[in-house]
Design a protein around this ligand. Structure first.
Ligand code: FE2
Ligand code: FE2
Length: 243
């Protein structure tokens, strides 16, 4: 099931809940502006579904940016077809996603690798790059949209389950338990360093890839849980214990 909601001024969440372990959501975000952008494409198999959802908001052929926050199928499995369908578009990613992956991939579209602090100007919205290595990949980055004070943290601040578009509940301990069960982070330290950084940018909104968007009121619950609780790898991969 896929739904589309405008979360805040021109930022739309496309969310599909899949039926695994009580539900898990995959979100993509459209920023409707002079230069429209799509953040995360979803997996290769989700392309038609995501494209149809984007088409309810704007012409997917007019996308100017398709943005991936680290190299993984739910971030960029649809990149080839989105870029083919929008000939004027550019794939934007971290400098490391470009150097480590895309420069050696069979990808033929235009691509820009960005470093910390660089900004993409979409018109009313401005996307600032934060390089956030090891949260949870080497090439990971986040985006901060300066006009709406929106953070796009990808897989940080996950909430499993079928969540509403905006989450006001304290699900911090559920998040940490989920991280321990799936083994997504090698260690707490690089993640907590990024938590300090993103708290300092003082977001009004946090639009994660899995779960609902957090507000200024609910964000501190998740920050506190990441500071106080364990969430790093403890021998389980996607719930499967390793000998
Ligand atoms: Fe990921
Ligand atoms: Fe993800």
């Amino acid at each position: 099931m896929t739904r589309i909601d405008e979360i805040v001024d021109g930022i739309y969440r496309i969310s599909t809940t899949v039926d695994v372990n009580g539900g898990f959501q995959f979100n993509q975000f459209v920023i409707d502006d002079e230069r429209p952008a799509l953040i995360h494409t979803g997996m290769h198999q989700m392309y038609d579904l995501v494209r149809d959802a984007v088409a309810q908001l704007l012409d997917p052929g007019k996308l100017e940016y398709v943005i991936l926050l680290h190299f993984e199928s739910d971030e960029n499995g649809g990149m080839d077809r989105f870029l083919e369908g929008a000939p004027g578009s550019t794939l934007a990613c971290s400098a490391l996603s470009h150097q480590l992956n895309l420069s050696g991939w069979n990808y033929r579209g235009r691509v820009e690798g960005h470093r910390d602090g660089e900004v993409i100007d979409l018109g009313r919205h401005k996307l600032r790059f934060l390089e956030t290595p090891h949260v949870h990949h080497w090439d990971s980055m986040m985006l901060f949209e300066e006009t709406t004070k929106s953070l796009f943290p990808s897989d940080l601040f996950i909430q499993p389950g079928d969540q509403p578009p905006v989450v006001t509940e304290n699900l911090g301990s559920e998040m940490c338990g989920f991280y321990r069960a799936i083994g997504i982070f090698a260690h707490e330290e690089p993640v907590r360093r990024v938590v300090d950084r993103v708290e300092a940018v003082d977001p009004d909104w946090v639009h994660g890839m899995h779960g609902g968007s957090l507000t200024r009121e609910s964000f501190p619950y998740f920050v506190r849980a990441l500071r106080d609780e364990r969430f790093a790898y403890e021998g389980k991969l996607l719930g499967r214990p390793l000998e």
